[in-house]
Design a protein around this ligand. Structure first.
Ligand SMILES: [Zn+2]
Length: 442
């Protein structure tokens, strides 16, 4: 036997429990809740058991405290094929499935509005160049309207960048701050640090816009440009060789078979330190097997010849490269940047004079600042203007003698893409390697 029952919910704060209700039909059981949902819980148990035929309520909102919980009850009622009758309320009387649809629509609308409100908030933050939501990047704290430097953390970030700029190795820099500061970060975090606009004093938003100079940077523009160049260069090298200890690692190839030459060492019996450093061709060129491989090359010989060749060719190459054009391009972009600065100042003036309202000022200045971000990006893609300066010092042989291998590697990476060797066999003697050519990056 199934029952026709009624359910009433009273909010003790909002209404008193006096008025009797005319249910119009015979009600076998009345369930009443006062502030909690105990009776509703019992009722829903009976619904599940199939004991309820018809449920009478005053109004739909009695079934729960949120659209979500009301929907949950309605779905259960529908599932158990319980007829629902709504006696009062400002919504039209309807059948169960109708309610579910209407409420679902209301719920979606509600969620939509919530999402929109959040998006609007983000958009307003962007226009005012406020930091995006979430925690500040390591090295900063969230200030009132901008990131402020967190001294202790910032010094770790700066050490990280300094090490990367000196040795050009992401792994090395990650290891360095782990040893010096006990700050452990993953390689991918390290890579994010290197390219994070926040460390350059800029804000990047999810929509891809970058706004310049929103807070104090931890890395200067020049350093940032150098980081970008090193990252681009490292991309073309296998990840291991980018951080290998030897300055020639990953740079040398055989001009005859195109094979890459890897750095290897030999040591005499009992000795802990390597006696000789060699460059050994990888067996990938033309599918050679080991016996037909090109011969070993003496590492130090190749290094010496490379430095000699750099000293001879680099100044010429630098003067031939379109460096004057780069300088010109640079100053053009810088002029454009300055012009945008002026426009920004003019906008603020217009607002102070009452010609622009605050909202228009924000939108216009936002556009200008995005434009400036794009210009700054183009600027940092250009080779360093100081390349001709660098080339002057690195063209002196003595310069190289005092450098460590790590430092040499750093300079090689700044302007060398590859070193090509070729060898000839004279009579029965050892095959002699010759440096055929240097591949410069410009
Ligand atoms: Zn070869």
């Amino acid at each position: 036997m199934t029952q026709t029952v009624a359910y009433i919910y009273h909010d003790p704060i909002l209404e008193s429990v006096t008025e009797p209700i005319n249910w119009e039909v015979d009600v076998q059981n009345l369930y009443v809740d006062l502030g909690d949902r105990q009776a509703l819980g019992q009722l829903m148990q009976l619904v599940k058991q199939g004991a309820i035929h018809t449920l009478l309520i005053r109004q739909i909102r009695d079934l729960g405290d949120s659209i979500e919980s009301i929907l949950h009850v309605l779905n259960q009622l529908e599932h158990a094929k319980v007829a629902l009758r709504v006696m009062q309320g400002d919504l039209p009387k309807g059948t169960d499935s109708n309610w579910i649809q209407q409420l679902q629509w209301l719920q979606e609308l509600n969620q939509d509005q919530h999402r929109q409100a959040i998006q609007k908030g983000h958009a307003r933050n962007r226009l005012a160049a406020l930091p995006p939501p979430g925690r500040a990047p390591f090295g900063y704290r969230r200030g009132k309207d901008r990131y402020v430097i967190d001294r202790a953390a910032a010094s770790i970030v700066k050490d990280f960048f300094e090490n990367f700029l000196l040795y050009g190795s992401l792994r090395g820099a990650v290891r360095f701050i782990s040893q010096k500061h006990q700050k452990k970060i993953s390689i991918s975090t390290g890579r994010n640090w290197l390219t994070n606009p926040a460390y350059r004093g800029d804000l990047a938003y999810k929509n891809g816009d970058v706004i310049l100079n929103t807070h104090p940077p931890l890395v200067s523009r020049e350093e940032a440009a150098q980081v970008d160049r090193l990252l681009r260069r490292n991309q073309t090298l296998a990840p291991k060789t980018a951080s290998a200890a030897r300055s020639l690692a990953g740079l040398v190839s055989c001009a005859q078979c195109q094979a890459k030459l890897a750095v290897t060492s030999t040591r005499s019996r009992g000795s802990k330190t390597p006696n000789y450093l060699y460059l050994r061709p990888n067996p990938c060129g033309k599918g050679q097997s080991a016996p037909d491989r090109c011969p070993l090359a003496d590492y130090n010989q190749v290094l010496k010849k490379t430095i000699q060749r750099i000293c001879r060719e680099l100044p010429q190459r630098v003067s031939q490269a379109q460096l004057p054009n780069i300088e010109q391009l640079k100053s053009q972009i810088q002029q454009q940047l300055q012009a945008q600065e002026v426009r920004l100042a003019q906008l603020i003036q217009l607002k102070e004079n009452g010609i622009l309202d605050e909202n228009t000022l924000q939108i216009r200045s936002y556009q200008i600042r995005v434009e400036m971000g794009t210009l700054q990006d183009r600027l940092s893609q250009l080779p360093p203007a100081s390349l001709s300066m660098i080339s002057r010092s690195v063209s002196i042989p003595e310069f190289w003698q005092d450098l460590s291998e790590a430092e040499r590697r750093f300079y090689f990476r700044e302007f060398l893409k590859g070193i090509w060797l070729t060898y000839s066999v004279k009579g029965k003697g050892q095959p002699a390697w010759r440096l055929q050519s240097l591949d410069f990056v410009f």
